[in-house]
Design a protein around this ligand. Structure first.
Ligand code: SAH
Length: 217
């Protein structure tokens, strides 16, 4: 067996045994989308380590166990429309795309043009058609395609912006690391009614800070 295949198997084992991955569609997505295609040249051998890796500028490809946990909390379902804030390498966008299947779609917005171009190239290689990459400030969401069934922040936010809440459909869910630049709590926010949110918390994390109008700038 090739070394990377062996490492991928070990990572899957770790994510399953550690309780990070639970849902069949998310497990399938992790199997289908090869993380080594989303890292920079020279980093392929680390692609199946459970660590974030540097990509372009200050962007990173997120840690597998963190992405697994976030997707489990998000509960993406077949046919849903999901907004991802912070495309990064495009790896998580592809995982989301597989979770919602071809009848659903993913809109992902990236503020750094060079990073977005890297992601577009990576996503194209996967031959995945239901992902739209937008270059822009996702701290205010992306109104043209709203409302969304689910919204996921992949960068740390000081708070959830009102624009984002208004772009979420009734009954929809937001997953976001919220806190300061150095430490955040993962929040799970459900839009229970037009002016009522229910909020739970799921552990501490450290993400790249959100830029833009509702970010830390
Ligand atoms: N989950 C991704 C990693 C995302 S890292 C992966 O696995 O590859 C967070 C990304 O958010 C970075 O690429 C950063 O440039 C981007 N970002 C930061 N602020 C943003 C904003 N206001 N709008 C859109 N993207 C933003």
């Amino acid at each position: 067996m090739k070394e990377l295949d062996k490492k991928k198997k070990e990572l899957m084992h770790h994510l399953l045994n550690g309780g990070f991955l639970k849902t069949a569609s998310i497990i399938m997505a992790f199997k289908e989308v090869p993380r080594q295609q989303f890292v920079l040249k020279g980093y392929e051998k680390y692609a199946y380590d459970d660590t974030p890796l540097p990509t372009i500028n200050e962007s990173t490809i997120s840690q597998p166990s963190t992405v697994a946990a976030m997707l489990e909390y998000l509960e993406p379902k077949t046919g849903e429309k999901i907004l991802e804030i912070g495309t990064g390498s495009g790896w998580q966008s592809c995982l989301l795309s597989r979770c919602v299947s071809d009848s659903g779609n993913v809109v992902t917005i990236e503020i750094d043009e060079a990073v977005a171009k890297f992601a577009i190239k990576n996503i194209k290689r996967m031959k995945i058609k239901n992902i739209k990459v937008v270059i822009g400030d996702g701290s205010v969401g992306y109104a043209p395609d709203a409302p969304y069934d689910k919204i996921i922040y992949t960068a740390a936010a000081p708070r959830i912006s009102t624009e984002i809440i208004s772009q979420l459909r009734l009954g929809g869910r937001i997953i976001a690391p919220v806190g300061n630049k150095f430490m955040q709590v993962l929040k799970i926010i459900d839009k229970v009614s037009e002016n009522e949110l229910s909020e739970t918390e799921a552990g501490s994390f450290r993400f790249v800070p959100l830029k833009g109008k509702r970010g830390f700038d």
